[in-house]
Design a protein. Sequence first.
Length: 378
Amino acid sequence: MERLELVVPTLFGLEGVCAEELRRMGFQEVRGENGRAVCTADAAGIVRANLNLRTGERVLLRLGRFPASDFDALYDGVRALPWEELIPKEGAFPVRCRCVDSQLSSQQRCGAVVRAAVGDRLGEKYGLERLPETGGEYQVRLTLLHDVAELTLDTTGPSLHKRGYRALSVAAPLRETLAAGMILLSRYRGRDPFRDPFCGSGTIPIEAALIAKNRAPGLDRSFSAQRWPWLPAQMWMEEADRAMDLEYHGSYDIVGSDIDPQAVELSRANAAKAGVEDLVRFEGADATRFSPPESRGRVVTNPPYGERLSDKHEAEALYAAFGRAWRRAPAGWSLYLLSSHTEFERTFGRTADKKRKLYNGMLKCDLFQYLEKKEARA
């Protein structure tokens, strides 16, 4: 297994950000595709990607792609793959399927065919009529798109956005991978002051602290592949040690604020779970009175949209009031704000310098980017 192909699904709009993460980690043949990034790696790369990725949703090991316009072709193509090189005799192999624009449209029937093909191949190789499936989980994933089947193994388990620090949250939470993507798009690396005036449960400031510290987001959780014999515990320990050796140890000016006292307390508790309570400060404050310090910095934030937390008119009034506060901010600050509101720029009072389409779950949004404010002319 010298050369493996990894597929990393992402939220739409973050494919390029994830691909750049993979390049920075040293992966080869990296490219962004629709809804995912793809690269090549060795076995240790599976561990490294799971521990370190901030914007990927999971790490899938690609086993093969082939045309499959009928069930016979699907069965034959799956059975031809070398499953015994990856799944031991006692391994469990549940199957998940996704069928899009293909002649085979029944996910249930496709899943049954895939499971039968994998089971028949493994049973033949191990000389068993019935496989025990009492060991680690090797979740098989079938993606059938335009009559082409792609088979992968899920090395991650619960999605990578589940960092482990957010046991509780306020309504309409922002996914951690999306928060990290917004911060990376802002080019924040820990040197400048950082503010989130609508912090909610603290996800954006916490992810900013993890980025500033260069702390691997997967260090405090487990992964399905940790039970795979060909990815031994020593490899996981070595990659974790490597990640910790790359951490920075400094002080940072990161502040999250919210008008809701319960949100502030929840943010503090989540920061403690994430191990960054000494790097980020949370306080009660009204975003419509936002006033950053007299120095350059970044604001990355996710205010209420109207569709989810309050009605449209309340959201528009909030945007207008925050826009007035933003126009009073000192020069040197930039703003990256996520909203699904189609009239955001009008209500905010200024057209964004740049926009980028992102998805918060299934909700289509824009990241409105107001680049560094200049000194007012005399």
